[in-house]
Design a binder for this molecule. Structure first.
Ligand SMILES: [Zn+2]
Length: 285
């Protein structure tokens, strides 16, 4: 079956016709070029989507604006037992479940720190390790790259394999992810996911790629509160599927709080996106 990647501010699910339950599971065995010729009204549909960028992420003390609404993403805010302290949300929800990476497959990542602060790579590695630990996933660093973090880094069509998650410092002149944003924006993340809609209407998708642009023109300490470490944690958490929360104490707030690590709600959300929720297998992918 065909797979596409849709890169946009909004999440979109393309549904061409009313699906029926006539087609059996055997159709799931169709792969690659076979699917288009056989695609009929009851064939599995290609599901495409993405999330990001991150226009609402600002420094402490600056005006907050809510850039993400229910109309632009299918986000689901959930609260735990302690109101206000364990909030998290998912960037995209399909059939009641968050769209996430397959936590049973190593996630490859690369960095471009050539224009970042001295010590930047260590910060990124530390942040990646933190998210990997909280999600129970394995991240494999494949080395540095000279590729600029731009929207075009994400694949535009189905591929046998996908590029590693790219995290790097750049600026508005070099990256469309940062161009046109207010000066208070520290970083932007964009993800791409794809999947299928089964004849019975069920949807299965997995995040396959992500790119994170950190604004090199911001002068931040490497670690501590309001640092590149916490910015990286925030953006990587986006890359694995967390959205923003209104709880200003969480690191996934739209304004960077003065905390040094992911908070209780952030961690609860990350756990649900990870290995503890099982593997993600997209039929035919
Ligand atoms: Zn954000």
């Amino acid at each position: 079956m065909t797979e596409d990647v849709y890169m946009s501010l909004s999440v979109s699910i393309r549904r061409t016709a009313a699906a029926t339950a006539v087609l059996g599971l055997a159709a799931l065995g169709l792969v690659g070029g076979l699917a288009p010729a056989l695609a009929g009204s009851d064939a599995p549909r290609s599901l495409v989507g993405g999330s990001g960028p991150d226009p609402a992420f600002k420094r402490v003390g600056e005006v907050t604006r809510t850039a993400r609404t229910a109309s632009t993403t299918t986000s689901a805010a959930r609260s735990g037992t302690t109101a206000g302290s364990t909030s998290y949300s998912f960037s995209t929800v399909l059939d009641g479940s968050p769209v996430r990476w397959d936590p049973c497959t190593p996630i490859r990542w690369t960095s471009n720190t050539s224009r970042g602060p001295a010590g930047g790579l260590d910060v990124l590695k530390s942040a990646v390790a933190r998210v990997a630990s909280l999600t129970g996933t394995t991240w494999e660093y494949v080395g540095s790259t000279t590729t600029v973090p731009r929207a075009g880094y994400l694949p535009t069509r189905a591929q046998q394999s996908y590029p590693p998650v790219l995290i790097g410092w750049t600026d508005a002149a070099s990256s469309d992810l940062l161009a046109g944003q207010t000066a208070s924006v520290l970083g932007m993340t964009r993800t791409a996911w794809f999947g299928v809609q089964m004849p019975d209407g069920g949807k299965i998708a997995a995040t396959r790629a992500a790119v994170i642009a950190l604004d090199r023109t911001d002068a931040l300490p490497l670690t501590g509160a309001t640092s590149w470490k916490t910015v990286a944690l925030h953006e990587i958490a986006h890359a694995v599927g967390l959205g923003h929360v209104s709880d200003k104490t969480q690191l996934m707030a739209t304004v960077l709080p003065a905390v040094t690590d992911l908070q209780a709600g952030d961690q609860a959300g990350l756990q649900l996106l990870g290995r503890s929720s099982g593997c993600v297998t997209v039929p035919g992918a």
